[in-house]
Structure formats: C-alpha cells, structure tokens
Design a protein around this ligand. Sequence first.
Ligand SMILES: CCCCCCCCCCC/C=C/C(=O)SCCNC(=O)CCNC(=O)[C@H](O)C(C)(C)COP(=O)(O)OP(=O)(O)OC[C@H]1O[C@@H](n2cnc3c(N)ncnc32)[C@H](O)[C@@H]1OP(=O)(O)O
Ligand code: NDP
Length: 296
Amino acid sequence: MLRDGAMRGKTIIVTGGGTGLGKSITRYLLQLGANVTICSRRQAVLDETARELMSEPDRPADAGEVLAIQCDVRNPAEIEQVISQTIEKFGKIDGLLNNSAGNFISPTERLSYKAFDTIVDIVLRGTYYFTLAVGKYWIENSIPGVVLNISTTYASTGSGYVVPSAVAKGGALIMTKSLAAEWGKYGIRLNAIAPGPFPTKGAWDRLFPEPLASVMDPTKRIPLKRVGEHGELANLAAYLLSDYSGFITGETVTIDGGEVLAAGEFNHLEQVSSEQWDMIEQSIKQANRASKKEGQ
Ligand SMILES: CCCCCCCCCCC/C=C/C(=O)SCCNC(=O)CCNC(=O)[C@H](O)C(C)(C)COP(=O)(O)OP(=O)(O)OC[C@H]1O[C@@H](n2cnc3c(N)ncnc32)[C@H](O)[C@@H]1OP(=O)(O)O
Ligand SMILES: NC(=O)C1=CN([C@@H]2O[C@H](COP(=O)(O)OP(=O)(O)OC[C@H]3O[C@@H](n4cnc5c(N)ncnc54)[C@H](OP(=O)(O)O)[C@@H]3O)[C@@H](O)[C@H]2O)C=CC1
C-alpha cells in the first residue's frame, strides 16, 4: 500500500515478531525500508525468522535489517535490554508494535488462578511494561514515537470462553486511548488494530483446535465470507506506524470482514430464501391494507 522506501530510516520494535502476524508485519516493514527488532521468549524461533526474512528472494536492495532478541514481555529487565540493544544497533527507536499474546479457549470456571494470570500478564502487563519503557525513552529524548497495539474485536464487545484475553485486551485498549490523550503533547501517538480471524498456527492451535475445526466454519458469520489475509493486516499496520497517519491517535481500526456487525438484530435473515421473501412481502402488505381499512 505504501510507496517503496516509505519507512526508510525508521526503527520499529515488534514483540512476538518471530511468528504469525508479527512476522508478516515485520516482513512488510523491512520491505518498506524500516529496521526491525523482533523479540519474544524463544530465541531459536526469532533467529530462524530473522534468517528467513533477510534472505528472501524478493527482498529489495534497500530493505531494512532485523535484530532478534530474546525477551519475555513480563520481565522489565529484559525489555530494557531490547531497548538498549536496539538503540546500540540502529541508533534510535521510532515505533513499538505490541503484538505478543497468549490465549486459549476454555470455559472460565475451568481456569486456575495461574492460567488467568498467565494470559493477563503476557497481554496486559507485557503491553503496558513495554509501552512505559519505550515511552519514557521517547519523552527523555524528545522523539515523537508511535505505538500500535494489536487488539481484538472482543476487547470492546467482550467474549465468553476467552475471558482472560478479553480482560487483558480490553485493558490494553483503554491504555491506548488514555495515553494517546496524555502523551499527545510529546508528539507520541498510540493506536490499535482489532483484527477478526487471520489464520496463524499460534491462534488456530489454541482457539480453533480439533474437534471444533472439523465442525465449524468461522467464515459463515463474516459478511465478506472469508478470513483475513496477512498482507491486508500488514498494510494497515505499516500505515498506522508511518508518518502518513500522523494525525491519527487513540483510534482502533477494525479489520474483520464485517464480523463484529453480526450483532445486527436482523442479520440472520440472510437465511431467508427468495420465495420466502415473496411470502413475507405479501403478508406485510396484507397487514398494511388491513390496518388502513381499520382507520377508515
Ligand atoms: C470458532 C472459530 C474461531 C476461529 C479463530 C478466530 C480468532 C479470532 C480472534 C482471536 C483473538 C485473539 C487471538 C490471540 O491472542 S492468538 C495468540 C495465540 N498465541 C499464543 O497463545 C502463543 C503463546 N501461548 C503460549 O505459550 C501458551 O498457550 C500459554 C498462553 C498457555 C502460555 O504458556 P506457558 O508455557 O507460559 O504456560 P503453561 O503451559 O505453564 O500454562 C499456564 C497455566 O495455564 C493453564 N492452561 C494452559 N492451557 C490451558 C487450557 N487449554 N485450558 C485450561 N488451562 C490451561 C496451565 O494448566 C497452567 O495453569 P496451572 O499451572 O495452574 O495448571
Ligand atoms: N490470528 C488471529 O486471528 C488474531 C490474532 N490477534 C492478535 O494478533 C497477535 C498475534 O497473534 P498470532 O500471530 O495469531 O499468534 P502467534 O501465536 O503466532 O503470536 C503470538 C506471539 O507472542 C509471543 N509471546 C507469547 N508470550 C510471550 C511473552 N511472554 N513474551 C514475549 N512474547 C511472547 C510468541 O512468541 P514466543 O512463544 O517465542 O514467546 C508469539 O510470537 C496477538 O496479539 C493476537 O492476540 C488478534 C485477533 C485475531
């Protein structure tokens, strides 16, 4: 979507950049010329992703570089390491993509305290720890940075069976808006993306495992009747991390093929056939005529 070299000179940290959506967004940021630090718990996964992204056949000559650093986002000391090593290698930090997450479906009453804590700590604590650390660096150095948080549509609607994730993503979304208001005076922007279903191994293994996958089609309730493509999300993420979105802050952009609109009272009427609509129309018109007669 953005022109070639649109992110040249920018350095972005992508948490969870070794897999799934974080990896796809990193690939696109590199193509646009940004340098990217990817970080997560598994150094071997990060190293393999870095190797793959740096040796892609269609990698532009002026593409950015990747730095892979092990970091558990629940650990402030490890976050500080990511920040100092990124500055040492690339000179500065311009953007932070909070993308790391943990999640799985489960009836909430089956969860242990530790299970609930595990998700909330990765998603909420990890997001505010990283944002606080990078934000302090930006304010101290008068850098107008940008934070982009990968949220979900149910951060606003709520959802059963993923309650720790909903609680944590909801908290992170309110942090996005709150800090957008507070840090606007420093030129720092914070936005969020709320994706619908985008197939990744991490999400599908934990949210759409067998036997669900054999019996349910997640595209049925999506108005556009398909799941998202990684390139579609990467385009939006790159735009929101770039200077082209310079007047957007505190915003959440939903990218879900219309899935959240499913709550619409009459949307289920798409199951009504054309013949049934003929009958319905006649029935309503007959009622209209009868009520007019009553009024005469
Ligand atoms: C119907 C169609 C749906 C289609 C899909 C649509 C999707 C659209 C919307 C999705 C929105 C959000 C998506 C995401 O966030 S996707 C990201 C998914 N990726 C990950 O989760 C990657 C990282 N995850 C992990 O590493 C692990 O899953 C985990 C989060 C559990 C953390 O691992 P860790 O090793 O740190 O922790 P433990 O294994 O020790 O577990 C900690 C406690 O949690 C309990 N647990 C784990 N799994 C379950 C389960 N399935 N049910 C109940 N409890 C579970 C575990 O037992 C530990 O607790 P205890 O020590 O008390 O037993
Ligand atoms: N796929 C989808 O349909 C949707 C995804 N999302 C969101 O998109 C983002 C990416 O998810 P997706 O790509 O699907 O799934 P992945 O499982 O591929 O990505 C999650 C990433 O988080 C990292 N991570 C987990 N725990 C930690 C931790 N404690 N510290 C640092 N990193 C951690 C994992 O790496 P490691 O294990 O090495 O730590 C992994 O790279 C998440 O925020 C998710 O909530 C939102 C809506 C829909």
